[in-house]
Write a protein that binds this ligand. Structure first.
Ligand SMILES: Cc1cc2nc3c(=O)[nH]c(=O)nc-3n(C[C@H](O)[C@H](O)[C@H](O)COP(=O)(O)OP(=O)(O)OC[C@H]3O[C@@H](n4cnc5c(N)ncnc54)[C@H](O)[C@@H]3O)c2cc1C
Length: 394
């Protein structure tokens, strides 16, 4: 594709949309981001940037500036309710192989950084896309405020609820995982948490990790029906009651969290899709493959998407071809992650003490080689090489 030939419309100014705008600018392609929020401040708490995401960020030329705003994660162990180690994934061997480390980062910090790389004139806030239409070879996108934009390509990056995806693929509505989640970022001065861990217990899961600037990001997942009206009223007191017999510092973290710091939402994803590319329209990030957070890979996959898309746009003869090749390189991987994460979530959320005892016993006696297999499938894969050998007819 020749730079300067086209204008790309990006719907959604999340991690996928902003990384896409940065990548396209590097290729000399004009792109405009249309975001529904009136202010972009990266709502949410922290998340993990695993080695694969760091590799993608390096490809996009962003890694070196992101490392200082991330917290290096030497390990991320799975614990039982008493704090005993159930699994101790060896991320170091993968880091050595690819020369990439794992980090935890605050969403707002990452957003702020990505935004600083994009000219204001290319970001349009308060633009909630409601539909699109093909007009000749162009795509027109219509917004809730009555305005519209048009371009030669449309990158749909407006997250799991994407109305544009649902226009393309009717019925691709989010599905509820069976558990709801609370998250917060709090001060680490008195707790001095040093390691990232996730605890699997009878009353739910609790994850915590340190962040830069002496902060902690934590999350808690509890099984319940979707939109449970009682759990919607839960504040830190109820969470503390629920997790009171979990190992330290979980009760302390909860007691140090202010109600106003809590973010609560049901965990949803979308069932794996069969298609990501539709001529000159492509689905990116959560809009195309929202996954449950059990592998900590949602944002990582969004960033991988952009690295692969830029790789294809650099070499393909047309936008349509680049999007087709993108789909070919991405679909199997993102669907594997979505399915695996869904299954892990079910097992991690078991509440039956007998099943939990069996699970924990198996996890403890399982040879390290087997425990490591899943992590290897996830991280020890050079995603930039997947299906790089294109069909010669293309
Ligand atoms: C509890 C939890 C923990 C997680 N932990 C991790 C983790 O450890 N590691 C990891 O990699 N990922 C994690 N994730 C997943 C990660 O947050 C998402 O995968 C990632 O944010 C997806 O980015 P995105 O840009 O595709 O979508 P989003 O972040 O959802 O961004 C979409 C953007 O589009 C905007 N928008 C929405 N609708 C419209 C519209 N109609 N028109 C215009 N704009 C619109 C939104 O305002 C938003 O700015 C976690 C998610 C959850 C819920």
């Amino acid at each position: 594709m020749r730079a300067g030939d086209s204008t790309f419309i990006i719907v959604g100014g999340g991690i996928a949309g902003l990384c896409a705008a940065i990548g396209l600018a590097k290729l000399g392609i004009e792109a405009h981001v249309y975001e529904s929020a009136s202010e972009l401040k990266g709502i949410g708490a922290g998340f993990g940037l695993a080695a694969n995401a760091m590799q993608a960020l390096e490809y996009l030329g962003l890694k070196d500036e992101i490392i200082p705003i991330g917290h290096y994660l030497a390990s991320y162990n799975i614990l039982d309710q008493k704090g005993n180690i159930l699994a101790e994934p060896d991320t170091k061997s993968i880091s050595r192989k690819y020369q990439q480390d794992n980090f935890a980062i605050h969403r707002a910090d990452l957003h702020q950084f990505l935004l600083s790389k994009i000219p204001n004139t290319q970001i349009h806030l308060g633009k909630r896309a409601v539909s699109f239409e093909r007009v000749g070879e162009d795509i027109h996108v219509y917004f809730a405020d009555g305005s519209h934009a048009h371009g030669q390509a449309l990158l749909i990056a407006d997250g799991v609820h994407s109305p544009l995806r649902q226009q393309l693929i009717p019925g691709s509505t989010p599905r509820y995982s069976g558990y709801t989640c609370w998250r917060a970022t709090i001060d680490n001065s008195s707790i001095q948490l040093e390691k990232g861990t996730e605890t699997w217990g009878t009353k739910g899961r609790f994850g915590m990790t340190p962040l830069v600037d002496n902060r902690i990001y934590w999350y808690a997942c509890i099984n319940t029906e979707a939109q449970n009206p009682v759990l919607k009223t839960w504040k830190t007191k109820e969470l503390l009651d629920n997790f009171s017999d979990y190992h330290t510092p979980i009760p302390t973290i909860l007691s140090e969290t202010k109600d106003s710091e809590l973010i609560a939402n049901d965990i949803i994803d979308i069932a794996p899709l069969r298609q990501l590319a539709f001529d000159n329209i492509v689905l990116l990030g959560d809009a195309g493959h929202a996954t449950t957070p059990n592998l900590g890979q949602g944002a990582c996959q969004a960033i991988e998407d952009i690295a692969v898309l830029m790789d294809e746009l650099q070499t393909a003869a047309s936008i349509t071809l680049a999007f087709q090749r993108f789909e070919k390189r991405r679909l199997e991987r993102v669907n594997y992650i979505c399915n695996t994460s869904w299954r892990i979530g079910k097992i991690a959320q078991w509440e039956n003490p007998f099943l939990i005892g069996m699970r924990n016993f198996c996890m403890k006696i399982m040879p390290n080689r087997m425990k490591q297999q899943r992590l290897n499938n996830l991280l020890s894969v050079d995603f930039m090489q997947i299906n790089r050998n294109h069909d010669p007819r293309n």
